[in-house]
Design a protein around this ligand. Sequence first.
Ligand SMILES: Nc1ncnc2c1ncn2[C@@H]1O[C@H](COP(=O)(O)OP(=O)(O)OP(=O)(O)O)[C@@H](O)[C@H]1O
Length: 651
Amino acid sequence: MDPILQQETALNTIAALSMSAMKADNNHTAINKHVQTEYIKGSVDATDYQHSPSAIRAAFCNMPVCEPIEISFKDVSYCVQKMFSKTRKEILHKVSGNFPSGNLIAIMGPSGAGKSTLLNALSGYKTRGVSGAIYVNGRIRDLNEFKKSTCYITQDDRLQLLLTVYENMKIAADLKLGNNVSLIEKNSRIENILTALGLYDHQFTITERLSGGQKKRLSVALELINNPTVLWLDEPTTGLDSYSCTNMIAYLKQLAQQGRTVICTIHQPSAKLFEKFDLVYILAYGKCLYQGHSSKLVPFLQSVSLPCPKFHNPADYAIELASGDYGMDKVKTLSNSIGNGECLSWYENPNRVMKLEQLRQKIPISDEKKKSDDVSEFHKLKVLLRRGVIKTKRDQTLTHLRIIVNVLVAILLGLLFIGSGTDGSRVLANYNLMFAILIHHVFAAMMLTILTFPTEKSIILKENFNRWYSVKSYYISTTLIDLPVTIISCLLFSIIIYIMVGWPLEADRFSVFFVVSFLIVFIAQSIGLLIGTVCNVINGTFLGPILAVPAMMLAGFGVTLKDLPPYLYWGSYVSYLRYGLEGYVGALFYKREQLKCDVMYCHYKYPEKFLKDISMEADQFSKDIYALLFAIVILRVLCYYLLKWRIVLSR
Ligand SMILES: Nc1ncnc2c1ncn2[C@@H]1O[C@H](COP(=O)(O)OP(=O)(O)OP(=O)(O)O)[C@@H](O)[C@H]1O
């Protein structure tokens, strides 16, 4: 027989044997056999083979036992304001339900059914527009308190891509656990979690280079570090192959079996995945169509005279019914039969589902509120600065490219204007150069921020919701962390251009030139941050340059200050570029001696005459610097409040 064919037959035999073993064995053994099969087939990375349920169990055995949290909700609705209309759209229609602790719960339904909306409403990720009652252990949810025990894992992986897996875990541990937990304990938790989730052998891999499934696992791993009791996961299996999906659900199941409440949205699970869920909550058109154990879905459908066809995946059939494939009347029948989530008869043990009063009695308030948030914001700031330093060192765009671009542009401009700094016939050319420098500083700094900040913003939304840090700590760290690179790139630019153009080698003049350049860069970054906070990348890329144009025109370039129409003169005081240009002119032309003139006539041989012609008071540079500093303070404070407002608005 052909050796390749022979090998394939052997592998198929092993696969077939393992598949039959899976049917016979219990769930855990089945998963292990399945993993073995995949491993033999070679479709799995050898290092991934180690995630067995026992590894998952071991990972959390040394963590404090979770306080069980049961979530119930009644008549929950979610409304949004329609765009360009005063009417509101109801997305969830008074749904009820009960999510007991120690269960792996799937919120299922066709696309647009409202799964993510329900997950967001129950987790507190969205609060505006949510109505109805949400209970935690029988008491009305106190969101701040509740968030201490929960974590939310978004559908898209919002990770720090420039950090290694271990660095990401260490930063998460330092932010969430602070100094209350020893380094040994933190490292032990990290090691256990990474081993359990099959990431141990990838711990020194840069996150950017991980596969989709590994990134998803890392998203989960980061949130497990402080041992949350409730996990909310928005589509944790989307984009994963069947092997990774099985693994992901197996991890989640193990986490649930240790007493956690694990709730995830899922599109259309395979029959094998579907049976792993302890509780299934099916939604369609914002209404509940089924709530109960996965094994009881078929009897439920039978009971409402909608029997699942033989050899049909019940999950698929339920989704087909929910999508309205068999008629909208069926959707209504299902929703009415389950009381829009009020009926608990299809739970595995309906009698064990506790009433709100029973829950309140079982879990007293004092026990419930024992998790305290005692990591100081100062400590978090230090950790964020550490993270910022690592990122800055590795960031090819914000650090390396920025410095290189500054050096190259300085050389290019220097070559264009070489030796013109002392030439009486090239004073106007010097003025143009100053303007070119300003434009370079503004666009380079502003556009980089506009293009990169929106991605960072989505990470902040997740990390801030999961209580990693406050907006204030993040904001201070991001402001401080950028300073060294800004100073280095600006200093290199200033030195190169100053020497090449041949401006007077006097410390005072160079210092003012550099300080003005630095302040302009800082202002441009702040404007970029402001635009990036409010807009997405497309709108920001459009708005940024457009908003810079009036500032240029009102700075006294093109139209000199004395030619500005009186009704627009106020604009020159608002334009930060005016202060920049005035600062440059002052630094480079104020009290200069007569310039050399190698041609017959040099109109601006005496720089004072030039200053008079452009109506600039060149002895004002201290005022210019104060004006620029004032603009920075205003913009930075505004940015901070806008960022806070944006976060509140997104909830
Ligand atoms: N802010 C909003 N404004 C208008 N409509 C919205 C808004 N948010 C959600 N919707 C609508 O609500 C419905 C439910 O959205 P949701 O994202 O919860 O669906 P889903 O079941 O998670 O879908 P998918 O599986 O495709 O992610 C969709 O029709 C969506 O268009």
